[in-house]
Ligand binder design. Structure first.
Ligand SMILES: [Zn+2]
Length: 240
């Protein structure tokens, strides 16, 4: 009996020793990438990127309002939204596969920051936004472009991103749609960039396939706009 007990004890100690070795080996293996230089690196690179670009936009635009941001993974919806109650931005993980670079993400975040800044004007403003959602969507697109440019990003990427994710509702003027048609939003952004940031139209980003797709699909509207601008420019030169 005594011998049996001591044998059992030996087996348990041996088992614990072997388990301890293997557990220790796993721990060492998992930990080899961590050092003092990357200790504070977040586990999610996507979260890190969102936080970095968000802070860069807030700081370079010297915004005096607090706007927080979270990466929301509970839903795979392709969306990002601004919340009135807590002035927070929710970036849904479902939208990330459609974002190709920092510039596109910067537009997405800038657009939502623009909504949050409007929310800071109080409940009456929020109510007005509810009544005229399309007007405020356009405003957020254009203010968003201003903020992203100030932070050093290329505004052409706003069109590249929108060309992938914006929906094309049946009508622009219809109460059931809170957002203008995607094509209308992109043409409005193009006109804004043309007048305010013309150098962006000569950047390499205009070769982006999504921007090219926008140019093809909105050819009629762009040609009409460019022709009108050209005529107005000639008129101004004649009057000089
Ligand atoms: Zn919006």
């Amino acid at each position: 009996m005594v011998l049996k007990n001591s044998m059992k004890r030996c087996l348990i100690i041996f088992g614990l020793f072997v388990f301890g070795l293997s557990a220790n080996a796993d721990f060492v293996e998992l930990d080899t990438d961590v050092n003092m230089n990357n200790f504070w690196e977040k586990s999610g690179k996507d979260t890190q990127k969102i936080l970095d670009i968000h802070s860069k936009i807030l700081n370079t635009n010297k915004l005096n309002k607090h706007v927080s941001i979270v990466l929301y993974s509970a839903s795979k919806t392709i969306n990002a939204e601004a919340h009135y109650m807590d002035k927070s931005i929710y970036v849904y993980t479902g939208i990330l596969p459609y974002i190709d670079n920092d510039d596109e993400l910067a537009f997405l975040i800038s657009h939502e920051i623009a909504h949050c800044l409007d929310f800071y004007d109080g409940p009456l403003k929020a109510f007005t936004m509810r009544l005229n959602p399309k007007e405020y969507e356009t405003k957020a697109d254009l203010i968003g472009i201003d903020m992203m440019v100030k932070a050093g990003y290329n505004p052409i990427s706003a069109i590249c991103a929108m060309n992938k994710i914006s929906s094309e509702s049946v009508w622009d003027n219809w109460i059931f749609y809170s957002h203008p048609k995607g094509s209308t939003r992109m043409v409005n952004m193009y006109k804004y960039i043309y007048k305010k940031y013309p150098e962006a139209l000569n950047s390499d980003m205009v070769k982006n396939i999504n921007y090219q797709n926008f140019v093809y699909s909105s050819q009629k509207e762009l040609n009409a706009f460019n022709l009108k601008e050209k005529l107005q420019k000639n008129q101004r030169n004649e009057n000089l």
